[in-house]
Write a protein that binds this ligand. Structure first.
Ligand code: SAH
Length: 358
């Protein structure tokens, strides 16, 4: 019999599950707070449950525990990259960053990614599978435990496309937000998507108060299609309409990520076109100097071009920042640590680690 993944259930789902097993509702609350409030690693630890129930759970259910396989700490800013092994042997990466406003953890939502963005390392081996809600929560819990620090915010900006794993992503938000669990405010969670329009609208309809970040990376569809295959599915107009709808429904300002690649999307004309498209929409643009990946031919824009791009957007009244490069001395962009681990010893040294988070 396959064991039930009870760590991926919201409190309501767990209550329904316990009811179906003939157990009392308050037992579900107890188990939920053991798993998500106290981050228990086994049923044995759940000292306020009767032994018969603990035994029953051991036989019929499981708790996901992530095993750390590798840690890299930046000597510059203390940013720490973690490589975790999942119960089925797959590995994923997560990052802990220290900002003046607190500790932020960047988590993966899938093993690999199917999006195929031309500059990204996460997508090189395709998508192996989506993560469960427990595996997403587990990255936060494990990092809190290993670092001995409270996690103040979470960004779903690691490997994977969270909106291709939408149900589990929504569960993850609900579980992490639960006062009996980690009790992290929804507003402290940011989700980054390559622009899956129907899911942006669905998130808006649910009124989920997370911060939405959309990977735009281009001022028009023609350039965007050169960088992101998903641009063949959804146009920038459709994405911006969905973002406006999200803002109307939630009142949350949308962020647009824009990775600058030399000679592709970093010209003054691109800045003007981008500003014109975003005109009048209360949003924020986050410029990311492209983090060169060994297997990719795309190069980072010159520092002077990045500054000029920023000033040009500002001149048009766009709210813009350049993303601070974190952990520039450790395996840089999205998916690089996992990739170098899978490629075997030595390969990480050959990769270009010149950037921060990607
Ligand atoms: N699938 C989600 C999350 C991906 S990673 C998305 O597409 O938004 C988070 C951000 O980093 C995205 O904006 C992604 O496009 C960007 N990114 C990935 N690799 C990068 C690299 N090598 N250099 C710069 N940005 C990168």
């Amino acid at each position: 019999m396959e064991k039930t993944d009870i760590g991926s259930m919201t409190k309501e789902e767990l209550e329904a599950y316990f009811a179906s097993e003939g157990e009392k509702k308050f037992r579900a609350s107890q188990v939920f707070s053991w798993i998500h409030g106290k981050q228990a690693a086994s049923f044995e630890q759940m000292s306020n449950l009767p032994e018969s129930l603990r035994k029953h759970l051991e036989q019929t259910a499981f708790i996901t525990v992530l095993e750390p396989v590798k840690t890299q700490v930046s000597g510059i800013d203390g940013t720490t990259k973690y490589l975790f092994r999942l119960p089925d042997g797959n590995v994923i990466e997560s990052v802990l960053m220290h900002y003046h406003h607190g500790n932020s953890v960047c988590i993966s939502s899938q093993v690999g990614c199917a999006c195929g963005c031309r500059f990204c390392a996460s997508t090189l081996g395709g998508c192996v599978r989506s993560l469960t809600a427990a595996e997403m929560c587990g990255q936060v819990y494990r990092i809190a435990q290993l670092s001995g620090q409270r996690v103040d915010s979470v960004v779903v900006m690691g490997s994977g496309e969270p909106f291709e794993n939408f149900d589990n992503f929504c569960r993850f938000v609900e579980i992490l937000n639960d006062p009996a669990g980690y009790n992290l405010s929804r507003r402290a969670i940011t989700v980054s998507t390559c622009g899956i329009v129907p899911r942006i609208r669905e998130l808006a309809d649910r009124g989920t108060q997370v911060t939405l970040a959309v990977s735009l990376h281009a001022p028009n569809d023609e350039i965007r299609r050169k960088l992101m295959p998903v641009a063949n599915r959804y146009s920038i107009d459709e994405i911006l309409d969905a973002c406006r709808y999200f803002f109307e429904k939630t009142g949350r300002r949308v962020s647009f990520e824009y990775s600058l690649a030399a000679g592709i999307n970093d010209t003054p004309a691109c800045a003007d076109e981008l500003a014109a498209r975003l005109k009048g929409f209360p949003c924020h643009v986050n410029l990311i100097p492209v983090n060169p990946v060994r297997e990719r031919t795309i190069r980072q824009s010159a520092a002077s071009d990045i500054q000029a791009f920023k000033r040009r957007l500002e001149k048009h009244g766009v709210n813009v920042t350049i993303r601070r490069e974190m952990g520039r001395d450790i395996d840089g962009a999205c998916g690089q640590l996992r990739k170098s681990y899978l490629d075997g010893p030595g390969s990480s040294k050959e990769s270009d680690n010149s950037g921060g988070m990607g």
